[in-house]
Design a protein around this ligand. Structure first.
Ligand SMILES: Cc1ncc(COP(=O)(O)O)c(C=O)c1O
Length: 441
């Protein structure tokens, strides 16, 4: 045993040999990647430079753009977070107004704060089933554009964590009609290119894709795809505002190899995986689990566990004891990320654990959301960069939130940074176990 606690813990985790249904998409099956420490290089005369790419990095980006059918693609080793920051900076810019769906990831809220963006919130229709955030509708996006004609962009997360897909094709058509760019957080959907459901295929102006979540890419590898000529010149300089000057060549090379693998084998492998997942969904339904309704990512498996009498968090523990590690769990669901790099033995283990899952009396379902959004008192920038303190939620009525407080289910923040925490918010947060909250002093 060495004296390195992180390394030791990772080693112990690996020795447990649980089946990985979480990120990264390579599932530890890195033998496929012909990369080792020698490839951990830096900007040298022959290795190009990310933010001024004109050599091998640019060639790799051009191949990725051709693969995704985008006019321009940039690589990121700073995750989708960096792609989101670059996308918002290049398309919307500092001090602008942006129409956001309410279930945005914290990377987008933080980027909005850093850029001084004023958000306009669009709430979700609860059309995926109890306990899930739901989809944003083209009609609601249109209404938001009509009431905020000065908005610089529309920003939508699709798929969401649970694999639910919003109707990006119709939302893109609305955005085209009003000549406003549509930016899609496609963190969970890089592989959707295999199913003709990638946001860029469906008409988005740009998408940020967390490739490491579902493709055989080292953690931190992401692509920013852009289909709008006018934004292209600003993309690299926008990413450079936020990104490290030492991007990981290992991660960038893994993106290059993953794109090549997708072209040669990956598309077919994901289509075969969709059949496997379809079979697993049938097993899940006959075991008594609920599934999300409507259009979903064909390879994401989300099980609603409350019909089985168990919270998602307890169910995740059950799966862990059966050698299966999920990606996410909350009060009502467990989420599994499957990729072609899962071995058949992983799939069998998951199938057996679902079949043997103890069936209880369905839990009385409680999912909390607010019909009326709280009043905005200051910008996300002022709230996130201001002086804050953490206080008991019970004492927070009338205070201004300095964080997004998000009960799961349904995974949509009740208050956003800069919004006033009202009595209703306090009630929901307390009922969902959020007992402390960060507020403006
Ligand atoms: C919806 C969504 N967007 C963006 C991100 C950020 O991605 P990354 O971790 O690659 O920076 C995540 C990460 O979990 C996410 O779930």
């Amino acid at each position: 045993m060495s004296d390195a606690p992180l390394y030791n813990t990772l080693k112990k985790h690996i020795q447990a040999k649980r089946a990985s249904f979480h990120t990264p998409g390579h599932k530890g099956n890195c033998g496929f990647l012909p990369l080792d420490g020698r490839f951990d290089l830096t900007e040298l005369p022959d290795t190009d430079s990310l933010y001024e790419s004109s050599g091998c990095i640019r060639d790799s980006e051009e191949k990725a753009a051709a693969f995704f059918g985008a006019k321009y693609t940039a690589v990121s080793s700073g995750g989708c977070t960096l792609a989101i920051q670059g996308m918002l900076a290049a398309f919307a810019g500092a001090g602008s107004r942006v129409i956001f769906c309410r279930n945005i990831h914290r990377s987008a809220i933080n980027a909005a704060a850093l850029l001084g963006i004023t958000p306009v919130w669009v709430t979700h229709r609860r059309d995926c089933g109890e306990g899930l955030p739901g989809r944003v509708s083209p009609e609601d996006i249109q209404a938001a554009i009509e009431s905020h004609p000065d908005a610089a962009a529309v920003y939508v997360t699709s798929p969401d964590y649970y694999g639910c897909l919003s109707d990006i094709g119709s939302i893109a058509a609305v955005c085209r009609k009003y000549k406003i760019p549509l930016l899609v957080d496609n963190a969970h959907g890089t592989h959707l290119i295999a199913f003709g459901k990638h946001p860029v295929t469906l008409g988005a102006s740009a998408s940020a894709c967390s490739a490491h979540k579902t493709l055989p890419v080292l953690t931190g590898g992401a692509w920013l795809n852009c289909n709008d000529e006018s934004a292209i010149p600003a993309i690299k300089s926008s990413m450079a505002l936020f990104g490290s000057t030492s991007p990981s060549y290992l991660t960038m090379a893994s993106l290059d190899l993953a794109r090549e693998w997708m072209e040669w084998e990956g598309i077919a492998a994901f289509r075969r995986l969709a059949e496997t997942v379809s079979g697993l969904r049938e097993v899940a339904v006959s075991a008594g689990f609920g599934l999300p309704r409507g259009e979903c990512d064909p390879v994401r498996l989300t099980l609603l566990t409350w019909p089985m009498g168990m919270t998602g968090n307890l169910a995740a523990e059950y799966f862990r004891q059966h050698g299966v590690e999920c990606e996410h769990s909350d009060g009502s669901a467990v989420v599994f990320i499957l990729t072609p790099f899962n071995a058949e033995s992983d799939i069998q283990r998951l199938r057996r654990a679902m079949q043997d899952f103890p069936k209880g009396i369905p839990l009385p379902f409680q999912s909390f959301s607010i019909e009326q959004l709280p009043e905005i008192k200051m910008s996300p920038r002022e709230a996130l960069l201001g002086r804050t303190s953490i206080i008991p939620t019970a004492e927070a009525a009338g205070r201004i939130a300095a964080e997004a407080a998000c009960p799961c289910p349904p995974g949509v923040p009740v208050v956003m940074p800069g919004e006033e925490i009202n009595e209703k918010c306090v009630n929901i947060l307390l009922k969902t176990g959020i007992t402390r909250i960060n507020v403006i002093e």
